[in-house]
Structures are given as structure tokens and as C-alpha cells.
Write a protein of this length. Structure first.
Length: 282
């Protein structure tokens, strides 16, 4: 059982008299080994795509310290996670509506006090997750890159990890390092992979196989079961992505028919089929 499941179960009975089902919320962390590979772009657009499929989605800016989800979504948050943590506002007040119809909880940038995982940050985060997870079908955590203790803590809260990598050798080496830590320290036996900025169709499948081969040789979580990489799709290099970011718009709104937007839609579909199906049927 991971930290979120523990936290959620502990608040299971009710909120405002409504019985909450602890299994309702799925937490999917979007992470990467190397920085700047497209996590925030994917988090925001995946949230929009999942919302279109009828799910209640919250994106939580878990890149504490260097948050920039607000920039991508063109939001100017008055209240952030910081204000929730310090008791200046309620959680409900800090959750805002994003252009794609989903909810966001922004972290605010430059919060040095949250770039380190102190017991206070840990406890506040656990409390927060226990409150939000049961209220949504899916909570996406847009994490920072790498394997710092804050990132690893955020990943420990997730039922599924969606790792973003580009075909660059540096990105793949860092992706391998992340998978290795998740398998050995968090006993993850499956990790979902998205290859972003793919140059050719089929890149992602080949990369997944190559990484899997190395993992089979060198990494085993706990009792030798091995870690399985699940390829969730590729997103091609697409100039429309940069244009949308420059205009601070969702790609799915700016250029819904472009190759990268279609690819994000397909990944959303696969997530629904493999991770979220029970929720859409419920
Ligand atoms: N498929 C793509 N095609 C073209 N450009 C892309 C693509 N994906 C991402 N980019 C470019 O990469 C930039 C960085 O993306 P993003 O901010 O989402 O990365 P990140 O992984 O969240 O970075 P950080 O590690 O700093 O949080 C985008 O602003 C965009 O210009
Ligand atoms: Mg980011």
C-alpha cells in the first residue's frame, strides 16, 4: 500500500456528510529523469483530453519550488498550495478552474521552503492528498524532474507512474536511473512510458524494448519479479507545441487536429482503457 492509499483510507468515512469511496481517485504522477522533456505540457493536455472523456480531473503542480503549470495554462493564481499549507486559505479556495474544464491546484514558483522534503511538507502533502483524491476520478501530479527526495515522495503518492522521455541518449540514461530507483526503493513493478518529441513513428516502441532489455539484466524490485515498462504512446516533435506554449494555450485548444494533439488524445484513451476504465463505467 502506498502513502496515498494509507492517507485516503484514514479519511474514508466522510466529508460534509457524504460518504466517500476510497477507491474512486486514481493518482497518476507524470515524471521524467531529465528536465524539460514535456511533463507540464503533457499533464495539462492530458487533463484536457481526460476531461473530454467525462472524467473529473485535478492537476496538482507537484513541482514544488519550480512550478510552471500556471504559465502553460495562462493562470495568475492568487492562492496556491503555499497558502493552503500555511492555513491562509482552504483547499477549496486554492483549487481553480483551468481552460480545459479541469481543476488545478498550483504551487507557485520560487518557494524555497518546499524544495526540500521536511516532515512538515510531507505531512501537509499527505493531508492534502487525503482530501482531494476521493473527490476526483483522477489526480495528475506534474512532478519535477530527477530523483530528488521531493520528486520521489510525490511519486510514492501515485498509483501509476507515467514517465516521459525523449529519444535523446541523455534523457534515456536519466529515465533508466529513475526507473531503477522506483523499482528498488518503491518496489514498483510497472512503469508507463511516453516517448515525447519522437522523430519517427515506432521510435517509442524500440526505445521501450531497449530500456526493458537493460532493466531485465540489471534491475529487480525486491524479490526478483522484475520491472515492466508499458509503452503508452509516442508524441511526435510538432512545431504547434511550442506555438501553443508561447501563446499560453492548451495544444488541444490551439491546434486540436495537429499530430501532437492527436497523440495526446490517444494516450488519454489508453489510460482510460488500462487504468481508469472502472471510473468511466461507474
Ligand atoms: N512534442 C513536442 N514537440 C515540440 N516541442 C515540444 C514537444 N514537447 C515539448 N516541447 C517543448 O519543450 C518545452 C518544455 O516542455 P515542458 O515545460 O512541458 O517540460 P517539463 O518536462 O515540464 O520541464 P521541467 O522539467 O522544467 O518541468 C515546451 O515548452 C515545448 O517548447
Ligand atoms: Mg514542468
Amino acid at each position: 500500500m502506498n502513502a496515498t492509499e494509507t492517507a485516503v483510507t484514514s479519511t474514508e468515512p466522510q466529508a460534509g456528510g457524504v460518504i466517500l469511496h476510497p477507491a474512486r481517485g486514481k493518482v497518476i504522477a507524470i515524471t521524467s529523469g531529465k528536465g524539460g522533456v514535456g511533463k507540464t505540457f503533457l499533464s495539462a493536455n492530458l487533463a484536457a483530453a481526460l476531461t473530454r472523456r467525462g472524467l473529473r480531473v485535478l492537476v496538482l503542480d507537484a513541482d514544488l519550488g519550480l512550478a510552471n503549470l500556471d504559465v502553460v495554462l495562462n493562470l495568475y493564481p492568487k492562492l496556491t498550495l503555499h497558502d493552503v499549507f500555511t492555513g491562509k486559505c482552504t483547499l477549496q479556495e486554492a483549487i481553480v478552474a483551468a481552460p480545459g474544464g479541469f481543476s488545478v491546484l498550483l504551487a507557485g514558483s520560487g518557494m524555497v521552503e518546499y524544495s526540500r522534503l521536511t516532515p512538515e511538507v510531507r505531512d501537509e502533502f499527505l493531508r492534502l492528498m487525503a482530501e482531494v483524491v476521493p473527490r476526483y476520478d483522477v489526480v495528475l501530479l506534474d512532478t519535477g524532474a530527477g530523483i530528488s527526495d521531493v520528486v520521489l515522495f510525490a511519486l510514492s503518492l501515485a498509483s501509476e507512474v507515467l514517465l516521459v522521455a525523449t529519444p535523446e541518449p541523455t534523457s534515456l540514461t536519466d529515465a533508466y536511473a529513475t526507473i531503477k530507483v522506483l523499482a528498488t526503493q518503491q518496489q514498483r513493478d510497472r512503469i508507463r512510458l511516453v516517448v515525447n518529441q519522437a522523430a519517427r513513428p515506432g521510435d517509442g516502441r524500440v526505445i521501450t524494448q531497449q530500456l526493458q532489455t537493460v532493466l531485465n539484466r540489471f534491475v529487480s524490485p525486491g524479490q526478483g519479479a522484475g520491472v515492466r515498462l508499458l509503452h503508452m504512446g509516442d508524441i511526435p516533435v510538432d512545431p504547434a507545441v511550442k506555438e501553443a506554449v508561447m501563446r499560453r494555450q492548451l495544444l488541444l485548444v490551439h491546434t486540436p487536429g495537429c499530430p501532437a494533439a492527436l497523440a495526446v488524445g490517444q494516450i488519454a484513451g489508453r489510460l482510460v482503457d488500462t487504468v481508469l476504465r472502472a471510473h468511466t463505467q461507474a
